[in-house]
Design a protein around this ligand. Structure first.
Ligand SMILES: *[C@@H]1O[C@H](CO)[C@@H](O)[C@H](O)[C@H]1NC(C)=O
Ligand SMILES: *[C@@H]1O[C@H](CO)[C@@H](O)[C@H](O)[C@H]1NC(C)=O
Ligand SMILES: *[C@@H]1O[C@H](CO)[C@@H](O)[C@H](O)[C@H]1NC(C)=O
Ligand SMILES: *[C@@H]1O[C@H](CO)[C@@H](O)[C@H](O)[C@H]1NC(C)=O
Length: 452
């Protein structure tokens, strides 16, 4: 007697390594028990997307026809017994956006043919990571990491996140095998450059998922990645930084492990002038991931003279994108540290209105190393982006730098900028750019009030 089993198989298409998920009918011959030799039927069904009607999501589960495209942003689930796939709108989504978009083809994912594209999945995971990040600015702030969070905030449980990823979760189950495969390629010295590049690219995709990044570390892959950050091949250094950055993002276990394995001094070296800009940018990305929400890393960064490395960037021509990232990172870390110290002081019933800079490690170092004069000088740039970041930095630094800012006549530069922006805010330019000018002018006004 022949039984038909339906097996969910992850098939890898030939060259691109795109994941393809298909339902595959497998013949299973129970009578002669010859189960190891079952043949997997090739997934030959071809669907013509043109012929299929577009899935119209509602708040109820509806079944998706084979080959039918569905818009991104839905809950998707699959019945493992029947193989039937269903989708519905996310909570609180009224679905209007799908109605207006129903003719634009590229907005749709085809479930059977290409599953959800890598890019799309990556974006979804990034979203989660960002949400996670935003909701928990105080994670790991104290050295004893597991106390209750200030302000009664709680972490979302992994289960809750999984639930939100319902459907997507299906695609992650076999990840550890894929990850090991790519790690092996990196570990074989005879692998070609192209093979290694590809392995790193693939790993970069997987490690956005928190558990995958931890798995990478526990099988020894993270240490290989860090080793590749020191490769003589530029393309491998760049990619290795990218993998580390994605793996460490809001991932305490990976941050700790990477720090212990000496990633930080390597990253600081990769920021130097000797390196091509592409490598430096990825190193900056990795550095940000390694340091955010991770006090131990932040302290180590100060110990290794990371601030001086940044000052060198400010002095060099053509480093604008790196400078913006460096200032943004410093501003974010300062905000983290200041919020932490203030909430501690409040809890103890102490005054928080005075100068607390001595208790904020980064601000203390910045004051000592002359950043109170350095940052205002960056206002001279004509790049709006940089100016905006510099203003935000001045905003958080003002608690430790008030007198230096006053001495450096920051007020005067601010006044000039404010006038210019106010003019632009009411000027004839497009509303978007005048709105932006308005926001900047407001930022300046706030800052000026703090300086008087
Ligand atoms: C790399 O290969 C060596 C020996 O060939 C092995 O001892 C080591 O565990 C491997 N590392 C990883 C991460 O697979
Ligand atoms: C990086 O490579 C250089 C040689 O190119 C070596 O001297 C150094 O020890 C390596 N550093 C690490 C952390 O592997
Ligand atoms: C204001 O607008 C002018 C041109 O309309 C532009 O050159 C100038 O850079 C703008 N100023 C600021 C501060 O953005
Ligand atoms: C800065 O923003 C203003 C609008 O506020 C715009 O007129 C100007 O062109 C921008 N400058 C640059 C360099 O983007």
């Amino acid at each position: 007697m022949l039984n038909y089993l339906i097996i969910l198989a992850l098939l890898l298409t030939s060259t691109l390594g795109e994941q393809q998920q298909g339902l595959v009918l497998v013949k299973s011959d129970d009578e002669n028990g010859n189960n190891d030799e079952v043949e997997i039927a090739p997934n030959t069904e071809q669907f013509d997307e043109e012929d299929l009607e577009v899935f119209q999501p509602s708040s109820e589960w509806q079944s998706i026809k084979p080959g039918q495209g569905i818009p991104p942003g839905l809950h998707v689930r699959m019945n493992l017994q029947t193989g039937e796939k269903e989708a519905k709108l996310m909570e609180g989504d009224d679905g209007t956006k799908y109605k207006t978009n129903k003719d634009s083809k590229q907005k749709f994912i085809t479930i059977d043919k290409n599953v959800i594209s890598k890019q799309r999945l990556k974006e979804a995971l990034k979203d989660f990571r960002d949400k996670f990040h935003d909701e928990n600015p105080d994670e790991e702030f104290s050295d004893q990491s597991h106390g209750p969070l200030p302000g009664g905030k709680t972490f979302r449980s992994i289960d809750e996140i999984r639930k939100e990823l319902e459907g997507v979760d299906l695609f992650l189950k076999k990840d550890i095998e894929e990850i090991s495969k790519h790690v092996q390629i990196l570990n074989i010295s005879s692998s070609s450059l192209v093979e290694k590049e590809h392995a790193l690219d693939e790993l970069e995709y997987y490690v956005h998922q928190i558990d995958n990044a931890r798995d990478l570390d526990s099988i020894g892959g993270l240490s290989l990645v860090i080793k590749f950050m020191n490769s003589s091949e530029e393309s491998l250094r760049k990619r290795a930084c990218y993998v580390l950055g994605s793996a460490a993002q809001s991932n305490l276990v990976v941050q700790q492990s990477a720090l212990n394995q000496g990633a930080l001094p390597l990253l600081l070296r990769l920021l130097s002038k000797r390196e091509p800009m592409v490598v430096r940018k990825k190193a900056m990305y990795a550095l940000s991931s390694l340091l955010r929400l991770f006090l131990m890393g932040q302290k180590e960064f100060l110990k290794l003279n990371g601030l001086e490395m940044f000052v060198k960037l400010f002095d060099e021509a053509g480093t604008e994108p790196l400078v913006i990232k460096a200032i943004t990172l410093m501003t974010d870390i300062l905000t983290e540290q200041i919020e932490h110290v203030t909430s501690l002081l409040r809890k103890r019933g102490q005054d928080v209105s005075g100068d607390i800079s001595g208790r904020v490690p980064l601000l203390k170092s910045m004051v000592e190393k002359g950043w109170c004069q350095l940052i205002p000088s960056l206002l001279r740039t004509t790049e709006n982006d940089t100016r905006e970041k510099v203003l935000q930095a001045l905003h958080v630094m003002v608690t430790g730098c008030k007198s230096e800012f006053q001495k450096a006549h920051v007020q005067n530069s601010l006044k000039k900028l404010k006038l210019e922006w106010l003019k632009n805010a009411s000027g004839p330019e497009s509303s978007e750019s005048s709105e932006y000018a308005g926001i900047l002018a407001q930022l300046v006004t706030d800052l000026m009030s703090k300086l008087t």
